[in-house]
Design a protein around this ligand. Structure first.
Ligand SMILES: C[S@@+](CC[C@H](N)C(=O)[O-])C[C@H]1O[C@@H](n2cnc3c(N)ncnc32)[C@H](O)[C@@H]1O
Length: 212
């Protein structure tokens, strides 16, 4: 996965903004949903080059942001954009890293989590829920399957591509396998979030708010 994003780094921001339906709007919309009080603490899962953080820091320049990403190159690009901001960047997988307990006012993830199954997401979301302070919440802006049938077809296609290329079941191959928004909400509720709502959609991208 990190190799894939290292290769796409050049022109990445322009590509995202020009080629994903509604991107110009949903990055700003996502930023506006995050807390904006002095020194609030935010966790960004799969922060990449920080497209969501550009909009967010414009609204809340004093935020303290922890960003996690697998790709060194993406994190280097992010760091160079915000030399004067309070950012802690961690290169690694959000599945493996500890997030702490009662640490963050909110968490956000944009266009990063659409490769994983419900079984993989539930423990991740439980860890995330625990890392949020009371009253904290998670804003998930991602790409979702239109129907259960599409969700299944994407999974089957991934299995087929892996088999053709001799990649084991546990090996990673970059092919989008989004859940439906309904299944994503189910995963968040099973992980312990108390209220989960889809706030808005732009084509296949929706924003889900999950409150602790
Ligand atoms: C399409 S980019 C989105 C980046 C940024 N949030 C944005 O919207 O521009 C997906 C990012 O998620 C990161 N990513 C994917 N799986 C990850 C994982 N398990 N742990 C940490 N980062 C991950 C990738 O390295 C990549 O930078």
């Amino acid at each position: 996965m990190s190799d894939f994003f290292e290769r796409r780094l050049s022109g990445y921001d322009e590509h995202m903004l020009a080629n994903i339906d509604g991107a110009e709007e949903f990055y700003s919309f996502t930023a506006r949903l995050l807390p904006d009080h002095q020194g609030c603490s935010i966790l960004d899962l799969g922060c990449g080059t920080g497209l969501e953080l550009e909009r967010y820091f414009a609204l809340c320049p004093t935020a303290r942001v922890t960003g996690i990403d697998l790709s060194h190159g993406m994190l280097d690009a992010l760091e160079s954009k915000f030399p004067d901001k309070d950012i802690r960047l961690i290169c690694g997988s959000y599945f493996d890293l500890p997030f702490g307990v009662d640490e963050f006012d909110a968490a956000v993830s944009v266009e990063s989590l659409h490769h994983f199954t419900m079984d993989e997401k539930i423990p991740l979301y439980s860890k995330l829920c625990e890392a949020l302070k009371d009253g904290g919440y998670f804003i998930l802006t991602d790409y979702f399957a239109e129907s259960e049938e599409d969700e299944k077809l994407c999974r089957q296609k991934l299995q087929q591509l892996k088999a053709e290329q001799g990649i084991s079941d546990s090996g990673f191959y970059h092919y989008d396998t989004p859940l439906t928004a309904e299944h994503e909400c189910e995963a968040l509720k099973k992980a312990g979030f108390s209220s989960v709502v889809v706030l808005k959609s732009w084509g296949p991208t929706s924003i889900i708010k999950a409150a602790k």
